[in-house]
Design a protein around this ligand. Structure first.
Ligand code: AMP
Ligand code: MG
Length: 479
């Protein structure tokens, strides 16, 4: 594979070179052929033993010019000065015909200088979870890292129990995090900050011309992108789970799928992460945390921000103040469109919030409730029957909606509420059977979540929420 290595040309304090560590018996679990084709990869090679060995880290060590990047991060509010890719390796970037760079990263390919006592490996479960989640998010139109391949390693990893190991091959324009800037800022390293700034613009905001590539403009762009991203998460009921600054993408992508999940029975305070005991990253809190994280990014940019101390702080604060209105405007527009309502400054308070409170009160499924109201309003009988077969308490929702007699004037043709989301109980069942050696359930879910044609012929089982015995209230980091 013909890779370029931009990160290797950055100041050397930002990374350490590190080849992957070979595994016992690499085998393909899933390959994203459509995306691979977009990247110009030869599918035959990618699926061959040579391709699998390459992505598993089993090719000759000289084949790799891979690096682990350094970063810091605020983890649950506590600053950790020395994180870095502990189980991820950047192989380099593939540059497609239009000049776009796609970094190829292996997750779970062995220890790195930043592993801090961890094994640098990943269990198969989190690999499957991230593959399914990220590709479903992409299909739902949410900015995200992508999944190219999932591999079995043939080795066992030790977690709360022994588990089969896996490797995820993922891509992004860059994997730079807010924490990458924090790492450089904490060391007063202006050279490194400038290098990260340039690369962030090149990869994520390439239309910004050279003279405008300033810290101010980066903060502006990232603030806007993050506000849009979190509004989108909220509009589909997604909970990231671990919004530490080391998991926040400088390009406003959903990054590092750990204990994340979609809401089923709606709750403002829903948390899925088993380590988030205080509910810091609960659903309703995500915009506030996004802003808090942006303030940490702003601090990290100050050493290379021109002007005196009070001027630059005032400028940074003015940019941070744009987060809330940008987020709210975007969130309101997305939710109004989900219900065919006119978008104005009041729609969230007058209609959306009461609806969400109602869903919470009666434990109604977030995704199906919106799909139901859409089918009802549009008179789409076929869809209505399908949703009703999966949403037991739909009559309650119907009465609530009729009583409100909302003025629906603005159904946008391109807006439909998703029926299919990656549901925890489905993913857990697929992981269980993959752990027993069977890939079929995982492959079926990939198709269900990503194929528009598969989504034309849905059954109630594809879209329903969990039965009581299937409810999974906590997901795990899998680290
Ligand atoms: P996360 O919670 O997945 O964002 O990870 C936080 C930090 O722990 C990052 O620096 C990871 O690279 C590191 N880490 C997570 N799992 C492992 C592992 N199995 N081995 C080494 N480092 C890890
Ligand atoms: Mg992480």
């Amino acid at each position: 594979m013909n890779l370029s290595h931009t990160y290797l040309a950055l100041p050397s304090q930002l990374y350490r070179t590190c080849p992957p560590t070979a595994v016992s018996a690499p085998a393909l679990l899933a390959y994203n052929a459509a995306f691979g084709n977009d990247l110009g990869l030869d599918e035959h090679w990618a699926r061959s033993q040579e391709g699998i060995d390459f992505f598993a880290g089993n090719a000759n060590r000289d084949t790799y010019a891979s690096i682990a990047s350094a970063y810091s991060g605020f983890q649950f509010g506590q600053y950790n000065p020395q994180l870095g890719d502990g189980r991820a390796l950047l192989l380099g970037e593939l540059v497609t015909g239009d000049g776009t760079a796609h970094e190829i990263q292996l997750k779970g390919a062995g220890p790195t200088p930043y592993s801090r006592g961890g094994d640098g490996r990943s269990a198969l479960g989190p690999v499957i979870r991230e593959y399914l989640m990220s590709e479903a998010m992409h299909s739902l139109g949410v900015p995200t890292t992508r999944a190219l391949m999932a591999l079995r390693t043939g080795d066992t990893v030790i977690r709360d129990r022994l588990q089969p190991g896996g490797i995820l091959v993922r891509t992004a324009p860059s994997h730079i995090r807010f924490g990458s800037f924090q790492f450089a800022a904490a060391r007063h390293d202006e050279e490194a900050l400038h290098a990260l700034l340039d690369l962030a613009f090149t990869r994520h905001y390439p239309l910004v011309t050279a003279e405008l590539r300033t810290p101010q403009n980066l903060l502006k762009r990232v603030t806007e992108a993050t506000a849009h991203l979190i509004a989108k998460w909220m509009s589909i009921g997604f909970i990231h789970g671990v919004m530490n600054t080391d998991n926040m993408s400088i390009g406003g992508l959903t990054l590092d799928y750990g204990p994340c999940a979609f809401q089923d029975a709606f709750s403002w305070q829903r948390v899925f992460s088993s380590i988030d005991t205080g509910g810091r990253y609960r659903y309703a809190q995500q915009p506030n945390i996004g802003l808090w994280n942006l303030a940490r990014l702003a601090e990290a940019l100050l050493p290379i921000w021109p002007g005196n101390e009070s001027e630059k702080i005032a400028q940074a604060e003015a940019i941070l103040h744009t987060f809330k209105p940008t987020f709210e405007h975007q969130r309101n527009a997305l939710f109004a469109a989900k219900l065919g309502l006119r978008n104005d400054d009041t729609v969230f308070q007058t209609t959306i919030e009461p609806l969400l409170n109602f869903l919470e009160e009666y434990s109604l499924d977030f995704t199906l409730s919106f799909a139901h109201l859409e089918a009802l309003s549009k008179g789409d009988v076929e869809r209505l029957h399908l949703v009703q077969s999966a949403l037991e308490e739909h009559e309650k929702l119907e009465s609530f909606w009729h009583e409100g007699s909302f003025e629906q004037t603005q159904w946008q043709h391109n807006v439909t509420n998703p029926l299919v989301i990656p549901r925890n109980h489905q993913i857990e069942a697929a992981i269980k059977s993959a752990e027993q050696g069977d890939n079929q359930d995982t492959l079926r879910l990939i198709t269900l979540y990503t194929s528009k044609s598969a989504q034309q012929t849905l059954t109630a089982d594809d879209i329903r929420g969990p039965e009581p015995g299937e409810w999974i209230g906590r997901t795990f980091c899998g680290t």
